[in-house]
Write a protein that binds this ligand. Structure first.
Ligand SMILES: [Ca+2]
Length: 294
């Protein structure tokens, strides 16, 4: 009798232990994409959907002392942010009026010249209010979100922001050139929505366009152009992405990858910009990351 009770207790404890391990292992929250296969070195799925957020992640393999991690395949979309806002009731800095320099409600947004001014109307669900009627689509990258907003999204789902070094590893996908596709800026338009001829046709201020046409004068729906060698879309171009800066940087967040307003210099894979954590613009977004097995 005593023995049976001990075994039952041991079984119950084992069950509890297994359950707590499963809930602490990030991989338990992933739905692998069987078509993408597994990484030969680690046995980890190359591509998976993060169940609670719905974000599709891709594996960034380990390199030297840098650990493998998952990074969103695309920039976070309007549809994903809408889902988060509904679930959590979270209001972005633009909606709540958290100060960005001397401004409160709203964000900096493009005017017809191609320059930008503060608009009290600008927020993630009201894009380009100073350009008239631009259609809000769920597939567009979410705009006007601050680094603080991006952190709130990530924390809600047990995700995090990538460091700028991690972002660059994913963007390079093994390449060592100025851009992930090589050194020629004219090749950008197959891979990256930048300040190109399409932008210059619409905005007179875009006076140094890349010598090619990516088809988008403003932001593009995510994954409209070709992915890099590891399957990531828009790491260069479309929107700059909030990353955690290295410890020596003046600001805690770095902006990477250039955007629909960037020239060739801004699109270089090692280019970094910085703004304060509550800044919001119509050319800045983010993509979340997930650590493995901590
Ligand atoms: Ca463009």
């Amino acid at each position: 009798m005593y023995g049976t009770r001990t075994s039952l207790l041991a079984l119950a404890l084992l069950g509890l232990l297994l359950a707590s391990c499963a809930s602490r292992t990030p991989l338990a929250g992933l739905e692998p994409d069987p078509k993408a296969g597994v990484d030969a070195a680690s046995g980890l799925p190359r591509r998976a959907t993060h169940r609670t957020s719905g974000v599709v992640l891709r594996l960034v393999p380990s390199a030297g002392t840098a650990a493998a991690f998952y990074l969103a395949e695309s920039e976070l979309t309007v549809g994903s942010w809408r889902r988060f806002a509904k679930l959590s009731g979270y209001l972005s800095d633009a909606e709540r009026g958290v100060p960005d320099d001397r401004f409160t409600v709203g964000a900096f947004s493009a005017v017809p010249s191609g320059n930008r001014e503060w608009s009290e109307l600008a927020r993630w669900d009201r894009i380009f209010p100073l350009l008239g009627t631009e259609e809000l689509r769920d597939e567009l990258p979410a705009l006007y979100l601050s680094a603080a907003d991006a952190e709130a999204y990530a924390a809600h789902f047990g995700l995090r922001l990538p460091t700028a070094a991690e972002w660059e590893r994913a963007a390079r996908a093994g390449s060592t050139t100025r851009f992930p596709w090589g050194d020629d800026p004219a090749m950008a338009c197959r891979h990256a929505n930048l300040q190109d001829r399409a932008g210059a046709r619409r905005f007179p201020e875009f006076n140094v366009p890349l010598p090619c046409d990516d088809g988008f004068a403003l932001v593009a729906p995510v994954a409209s152009l070709e992915p890099n060698a590891w399957g990531f879309f828009d790491l260069i171009g479309n929107v700059e992405e909030w990353c955690v800066a290295n410890a020596r940087a003046a600001e805690p967040y770095a902006l990477t990858g250039g955007s629909w307003v960037s020239d060739a210099d801004g699109a270089a894979v090692d280019h970094r910009a910085s703004l304060s954590r509550n800044a919001r613009r119509d050319f800045i977004g983010f993509r979340p990351a997930l650590s493995i097995g901590e």
